[in-house]
Design a binder for this molecule. Structure first.
Ligand SMILES: [Zn+2]
Length: 284
């Protein structure tokens, strides 16, 4: 709804010797164009362009320069960050900084983005942070979050607010990672390791890393489970001693399943390879 009352001055951001009047929301700010132009390419371009012929110059009290989609308080917070003295702490909350970052990105205040971003990183839920990073973050920031969402599998449900193209990439990356893990775990399972029987005068046997019976259980969850949850999922899927597939009295175990934490870590494949797959899909 458009405000009917004329905009009013923000006394705290009204420099009498300023030379540009800016309107954000329903408030006016009188600032120094040279400061703004130094910090923002948007204002730099604006200050170097003459006004279109026949039109009055914008940026006066009568005809302020209107900032779109930036609330007055958000612009005041942005200026606060912009004018921070060296070593002075930021006093804005994460929620305020998020709005400042969006406004700073929109109006190309690069240094403000650089100050606000590290303060916000890691403080939001993963998906809202991914959406914010996509809107106004670096590739590195986006890719780290995208990988977290992909590898979270069902623990990080895809909300309807995520753009369809990003949601599609999440699904595609999850499928590719799952297929990589399946391929990897069947290869690992087939490998053999030496096993020395603890019986007196015990023999050295060669056992499979993962026997087929265990592999059948593991393929149900390893390809699509967050690594942090692998042990939990394993305990849920395999009873501590499964008589059907593991006979503790046997001289030779079915496989290395008793070292399951170790096995699981190796079974899912390399984290670096997963990141490579995920980054590739993000860049498609
Ligand atoms: Zn086994």
């Amino acid at each position: 709804m458009a405000s009917t009352s004329p905009p009013t001055k923000r006394e705290d951001w009204w420099f009498e010797d300023g030379n540009v009047v800016i309107q954000a929301g329903d408030r006016l700010f009188k600032l120094h164009m040279s400061n703004l132009a130094r910090e923002s390419d948007f204002f730099k371009d604006l200050s170097s362009l003459p006004p279109p012929t026949g039109e009055a110059a914008e940026g006066t009290e009568k005809s302020p320069l209107l900032l779109h989609e930036v609330e007055a308080d958000v612009f005041a917070d942005l200026l606060h960050v912009l004018y921070l003295r060296w070593g002075q702490p930021l006093t804005q909350s994460t929620a305020q900084l998020e709005k400042v970052l969006r406004a700073a990105h929109r109006y190309q205040f690069t240094r403000v983005c650089d100050i606000a971003t590290p303060q916000i990183k890691g403080t939001l839920e993963t998906l809202p942070e991914l959406e914010l990073a996509i809107a106004c973050g670096s590739d590195e920031w986006i890719q780290g979050l995208f990988a977290t969402v992909v590898l979270g599998f069902d623990d990080i449900a895809i909300p309807s607010t995520l753009s369809p193209s990003v949601a599609a990439k999440v699904w595609k990356a999850r499928l590719k990672v799952a297929s990589y893990r399946l391929r990897h775990m069947t290869q690992i399972g087939a490998q053999t390791v030496p096993y020395m029987s603890p019986a007196p005068g015990g023999h050295i046997y060669s056992i499979q890393k993962i026997c087929d019976s265990h592999l059948k259980l593991l393929v149900n969850f390893v390809p699509t489970t967050w690594r942090e949850r692998l042990c939990e999922a394993y305990r849920a899927a395999v009873p501590p001693v499964d008589e059907r597939i593991y006979d503790p009295s046997a001289d030779v175990p079915c496989c290395t399943c008793r070292d399951y934490a170790l096995v699981l870590e190796e079974l899912a494949g390399s984290c670096e390879e997963e990141r490579r797959i995920i980054d590739e899909i993000w860049r498609e």
